[in-house]
Design a protein around this ligand. Structure first.
Ligand SMILES: [Ca+2]
Ligand SMILES: [Ca+2]
Ligand SMILES: [Ca+2]
Length: 521
């Protein structure tokens, strides 16, 4: 018998004994009286019955309430423990059942059932329903009722980092990489990664070891990481064929004019840079991006090796100005999150620029976006350009969207221009966000921007060279949009520039709050 039922029975017994004692006292009162006391006795006896019913009812309702509360807490705890394992429903169920048991409800014991299910049409939501079919009672049972059944459910979800940089099956590129895409739909920015011995003030916050110098020795950039940049390739149901392609995958120097083609560049002639690409298979743990098996080891790729290690300038006939497949598979593709990583090694001071796309044979397409943060290069000519920044799910309404922009918004002053540049944050509706908080690690910026925009370059001089600008944007409580559509839930960054765009930058976006939480259904 569960503990709370035992408590209830004990308590109920105590009330029962009390009733007998009260009855005996009432009888004694009657024997001593002579007329009026008899009237008191009868009245008291009559009142006793409803009084006892009320006491009994209070005991029952109180115990049912406590039991329901225990069920709710156990359901919530089980849902939270299990949800992080989705889409692996078997592991999610195991974790949820264990959490329910720790909270006093073991599936199959005393008739208790613990039902664990992924919520349909929400692939990162788990619902746990716990039913106790025989909650005991004192009064209800004694007036002919039986036990009652109580059921409570808890639902939890986890939220992945916001997708960055692309709402489509392509990331980066312009008319050079894909002339078939109309100009209005061109990303007009390239994926970017710098060589390890590049001055980090050139705009890649993470790949360089150097700070404020090219070809440095040691590590002066404290933000350095050797893991490069990661891209998520999300495959929905009913996708046939997967072809992961990279445009201009290697480092092919285009010279000092970075407006040429992809704008690959060696900043100095000292040292060389090797670029390594790795494609990873999906796995059961989407929250953990560091445990996915390499596609080369799982047999995922029917064509392609899944891994490239490209020495500087090598393989130009295969990669330079061309789309090449790193991993291709035909037939039905298992849904889930696949990953692509780019890293640099060696001793070069350089910039490798590229574009990415994932092709399918079906009308359903995979989608590619940057994971966590991204470095890009913008060499668009004078004018305005709006880049996709982040897709923000409506579940985040009322929270704060934090954008971090490193070394943003350089503009080259060319003849007849001011060399000025302004960066605006656009909501999915296409308007500049009403206001945001702002901070910077160097230089000055107003603490509140109304609307959410700031000047990034004046007369061809960057105002935030080598600095992070962080913007905090309140997401309205009325925020609503449809994921997976355009413009849907996509926030954008708009460059308003009068000059030649020449900006290598690193962007990150996150919603501040707990990624794993309970939801109402
Ligand atoms: Ca994983
Ligand atoms: Ca390149
Ligand atoms: Ca820059």
């Amino acid at each position: 018998m569960p503990r709370s039922e035992r408590r209830l029975s004990h308590h109920a017994g105590g009330v029962h004994e009390g009733v007998h004692r009260a009855g005996r006292r009432a009888a004694g009162l009657g024997r001593r009286g002579d007329g009026e006391p008899g009237y008191i006795l009868v009245t008291f006896a009559l009142l006793l019955v409803p009084l006892l019913l009320m006491v009994g009812l209070a005991v029952d309702v109180g115990s049912w309430y406590n039991r329901a509360s225990d069920l709710q807490k156990a359901s919530d705890a089980a849902a939270l423990a299990g949800v992080v394992w989705l889409p692996d429903t078997a592991s999610a169920r195991t974790a949820a059942l264990a959490a329910a048991e720790r909270n006093g409800f073991k599936h199959g014991v005393d008739g208790v059932t613990v039902q664990v299910e992924a919520v349909p049409s929400h692939n990162r939501r788990l619902r746990v329903t716990i039913k106790d079919p025989q909650v005991s009672s004192f009064l209800y049972r004694n007036i002919g009722g039986s036990t009652i059944a109580l059921t409570r459910k808890g639902t939890a979800e986890y939220v992945l980092p916001v997708p960055l940089g692309s709402p489509q099956n392509t990331f980066g590129g312009n008319a050079y990489s894909d002339p078939s895409v109309p100009a209005a739909n061109q990303a007009n920015l390239w994926g970017n990664i710098h060589g390890p011995r590049t001055d980090n003030v050139k705009g890649d916050a993470y790949s360089p070891l150097c700070r404020n110098a090219d070809n440095c020795t040691g590590q002066s950039n404290t933000a350095h990481r050797s893991t490069g940049y990661l891209y998520a390739i999300d495959v929905p149901d009913n996708v046939s064929g997967l072809d992961m392609q990279i445009f201009d995958a290697g480092l092919y120097d285009r010279g000092s004019n970075e407006a040429v083609e992809t704008g690959d560049r060696k900043y100095t002639n000292v040292g060389t840079t090797t670029t390594t690409w790795t494609f990873y298979d999906r796995d059961g743990s989407e929250l953990d991006v560091n445990d996915n098996p390499k596609a080369a080891s799982t047999g995922l790729c029917s064509t392609g090796t899944g891994t490239w290690e490209l020495a500087e300038g090598a393989g130009a006939a295969t990669y330079r100005g061309l789309w090449s497949s790193i991993c291709r598979r035909t037939g039905s593709i298992t849904p889930g999150r696949y990953l692509l990583r780019v890293q640099t090694s060696g001793d070069g001071s350089s910039a490798n620029r590229y574009a990415l796309r994932v092709l399918s044979n079906s009308s359903q397409k995979a989608r590619i976006s940057a994971y966590g943060d991204m470095s890009m290069y913008n060499n668009v000519a004078a004018g305005n350009a709006a880049f996709y920044l982040a897709e923000v799910d409506p579940v985040h309404k009322g929270k704060t969207l934090e954008l971090s922009l490193y070394d943003p918004g350089e503009v080259t002053k060319v003849t007849g221009t001011t060399g000025n540049g302004t960066i605006q944050v656009l909501t999915p509706a296409g308007t500049v966000a009403a206001s945001c908080g702002a901070t910077t690690t160097s230089g000055t910026i107003a603490s509140t921007l109304t609307p959410c925009e700031f000047q990034s370059a004046v007369g061809g001089t960057a105002r935030f060279n080598g600095a992070w600008v962080t913007l905090q944007i309140p997401i309205p409580t009325t925020y609503n949009c449809t994921l997976g559509t355009l413009p849907g839930c996509w926030w954008r960054i708009k460059y308003v520039i009068d000059g030649q765009g020449n900006d290598t930058t690193t962007w990150a976006a996150q919603v501040i709050g707990d990624p794993v939480h309970l939801v109402e259904e």
